[in-house]
Design a binder for this molecule. Structure first.
Ligand code: ADP
Length: 447
């Protein structure tokens, strides 16, 4: 097992990884930007190295600085967390070339799944249905129009190298497509360093359902059930739950086995998530994330498996040591992503946390690096906390959620807690009757 792991990330996820390392008896190195010097994950780490100024490109994306930090602290392995360099195949390869272990999949699998068209093709070859779309990239308006006619309007223009829900554009007809295509290509080029885009049929009322996979790279691949992440704003997840209220146990098991079989065939190693859209009883693969997901805790709650610990064990070469039949998923869990944002306009609201009290009691877990006096910096993602609630049944979980939200005090800054409180009381949410577009309307009706 590793003796020392460098955590190349910040905030709650860096703290989450630190916690797993601590419980495994592994020493941690926190790298941080100047503005994060007093962050909780930095305070708790065994060693710390400042790797640059606040801007992410100069610190958390600064590969040379991160490798230097790993060298001077003699770390064995680097955990990339999520976001930042976590899905950068070149980074994973460079880490390995420098003699450190990258805690994640092989660079080849990161590269394959990082190209969304190649990923769709690869899983299609493994028998998984994908959203109908253009065969390859669409380079000009004529090619796009021909593809769109075959797919059927409305279509979604997506970046091949896309991520984070950014840059997708919908076109309802040829005129709109001709207008949107160059815009989408330009945006893709500036967000993702590749202007390549492709088309997909825009599904009008799907749910987003994803499957959590663990694979040891020695032939053992298991799934830990699905997560329903349909409650989204601007294609970004707001609240997730497991199991999905829309699936029967049989459907869930079928989807899980299909996903696990595909990744076994691919020879995948590490944690990973296959994302699907689900509509009218059919599943369509959209993409795979080759990393830890923000919403992994809800799966941990119902499976009793520490996903970060498993990811570290697998990277160290350990076998999974259990099979699908050994896994039992039990109960229900919900995660609320709490952002430092105005709950109505979603404008970011960084600043000093003047007062802090986290909820507790039965079935409540808080993954957050916040503390009283902490200054939320304006430079990074606005996610500041994840409130995770567990219940033996969905009903118990729904009873627990509002009381946990009510207990949560974060003073001095605006947060999205009030949005989650409204959501927790909404009939459609309680009934489990929502698709990926529902929350957008629900949030808008308020303003
Ligand atoms: P990203 O990698 O940017 O997160 P995804 O392909 O995972 O992009 O899609 C993010 C979200 O966008 C999905 O969860 C879903 O809400 C929406 N979306 C993606 N593809 C489609 C589609 N073909 N039709 C309707 N909505 C879609």
């Amino acid at each position: 097992m590793f003796e020392k792991v460098l955590i190349a990330n910040r905030g709650e996820i860096a703290l989450r990884i630190h916690r797993a390392c601590r419980e495994m008896g592994i020493k941690t190195v926190a790298v941080h930007s100047t503005v994060d010097a007093a962050a909780m994950n930095v305070r708790l780490a065994d060693e710390t190295v400042c790797i640059g100024p606040p801007a992410a490109r100069d610190s958390y994306l600064n590969v040379a600085a991160i490798l230097s930090a790993a060298t001077i602290t003699a770390a064995d392995a680097i955990h990339p967390g999520l976001g930042f360099l976590s899905e950068n195949a070149d980074f994973a390869a460079t880490v390995e070339e420098h003699g450190f272990t990258f805690i994640g999949p092989s660079p080849e699998h990161i590269r394959l799944m990082g190209n969304k068209l190649a990923a769709k093709q690869a899983v299609r070859n493994l028998g998984i249905p994908t959203v109908p779309g253009s065969q390859g990239a669409v380079r000009d308006v004529a090619a796009a129009e021909a593809a769109a006619r075959a797919i059927g309007y409305p279509v979604l223009i997506k970046a091949t190298a896309g991520g984070g829900g950014r840059g997708m554009k919908i076109a309802h007809d040829g005129t709109e497509l001709a207008r949107m295509l160059p815009l989408a290509q330009r945006e893709a080029a500036s967000f993702f360093r590749s202007g390549e885009v492709y088309l997909e049929r825009h599904l009008d009322r799907p749910r987003h359902i994803e499957v959590q996979i663990l694979a040891d790279g020695r032939g053992e691949v298991v799934h830990l059930g699905e997560r329903d992440c349909s409650l989204q704003r601007s294609h970004q997840k707001v609240l997730e739950e497991t199991p999905s209220p829309a699936l029967s146990r049989k459907q869930s098991e079928r989807l899980g086995s299909l996903a696990a079989a595909a990744l076994r065939e691919l020879g995948y190693r590490s944690t990973g998530t296959l994302e699907f859209l689900y509509q009218d009883g059919e599943f369509f693969f959209i993409e795979m994330n080759t990393r830890l997901q923000v919403e992994h805790p809800i799966t941990e709650m119902v499976s009793g498996i520490d996903i970060v610990r498993e990811q570290i064990r697998i990277a160290a070469g350990a076998p999974l040591g259990y099979r699908q039949a050994d896994i039992s998923l039990c109960g229900h869990a919900i995660e609320c992503r709490i952002n430092a944002e105005n709950p109505d306009t979603f404008a970011p609201c960084p600043g000093r946390v003047s007062e802090y009290h986290a909820p507790g009691g039965p079935g409540v877990r808080v993954d957050s690096a916040l503390y009283q006096g902490y200054e939320v910096p304006p430079f990074y993602d606005s996610l500041i906390s994840k409130l995770i609630v567990y219940g033996k049944t969905r009903n118990e979980c729904l009873m627990r959620l509002p009381r946990a939200l009510e207990e949560y005090v974060i003073g001095g800054i605006e947060t999205t807690i009030p949005l989650h409180q409204r959501l927790a009381a909404a009939g459609e949410f309680i009934d489990g009757d929502y698709d990926i577009h529902w929350l957008e309307r629900f949030a808008r009706d308020r303003t």
